[in-house]
Design a protein around this ligand. Sequence first.
Ligand SMILES: Cc1ncc(COP(=O)(O)O)c(C=O)c1O
Length: 401
Amino acid sequence: MPLNSPWRADFPGILALDNQGQTYLDSAATAQKPQAMLDSLLGYYASGAANVHRAQHLPGERATRAFEASRTKVAQWLNAASSEEIVFTHGTSEALNLLAYGLEHRFAAGDEIAISALEHHANLLPWQQLALRRGLKLVVLPLDRDGRIDLAQAATLIGPRTRLLAVSQLSNVLGCWQPVRELIALAQAQGALTVVDGAQGVVHGRHDVQALGCDFYACSSHKLYGPDGVGLLYGHREALAQLRHWQFGGEMVLEADYRHARFRPAPLGFEAGTPAISSVIALGASLTYLAGLDGAAVAGHEAALHAKLLAGLNAREGVRLLGAPQVALASFVVDGVHSADLAHLLSEQGIAVRAGHHCAMPLLKSLGLPGTIRVSLGLYNDGEDLERLFSALDKSLELLR
Ligand SMILES: Cc1ncc(COP(=O)(O)O)c(C=O)c1O
């Protein structure tokens, strides 16, 4: 089956990489961008840049309208109840740091934060550092053999001392969906707040934060075919109201003198200073582009490509897949071969994959691995990309053995 992507031509970056002889298989790190997003980015500057939320003039009003329209699109994309529940940040990492500072006052020594054994550093280190600051206990929920958070064990570890649960929706190393809804129910039964790291999950399919029932959901634009430098934090209205302000400056304040200040509520109260205006607007254009695609066709293409990837890797002697990947990516090691050496040889043949610990060092350490090779797919990838990967992999392994 050729597995052509009908959307490939919409992505000038992937076409440019084709011309450079590069096969891009690292979309979980950052995705290529559709022309519609590039047009929006350029259009904002080319039609006259202006700051948002502060100018009375026409260009300022126009920029503010476009900026807020993007907030509405994000809210619709995630099915948030209101655009006021969307705070723009610089990315998932900043959104999670915002939470770890904004919620700090709610914790007392001895309280527990539950994370899982597969978290990206972005959803580990802010909580680890908060635990160190406040004398909290970080509880790590173990995984089952497939790389999913073990629900039976989670049920025994999430208890009355758990004040917060923070877990990934989709592992960036193992590519498997996590039982987030069930974990949220366990945590909420104990009165804990719930945070979902949606950095990888948000890219595949549509996700409904109200159906998920989480208090907070964080993700990045650059993985979702949008520009870098912007991400977002969804917070349920009542959960956002519990946050203390954490960054201070322009536009987040209602009133100030030399002795005190009163701050705006969310979202603007958590967007101190000039935001990434062009990127926020262009993220809206990416979402409009994605919303215009046939979702079932995208999911079908991604599933067929992923099945081909797994079959091709499994067919190769010595290649060992990690966990039971379900979507968009696969991590593997080759017995007796260092993943950095293999990635280097693949790169020399124009194959762009990621090698290393994937910002999840504790997971890799628990697997006893210094690193893996991760192949990840975007909606523009096609069967030929995978054929090129497989033939480069065969050549590399022949050389290395
Ligand atoms: C699961 C997960 N969480 C968080 C992040 C951090 O995202 P960002 O670097 O955009 O802040 C990533 C990035 O790779 C990720 O894969």
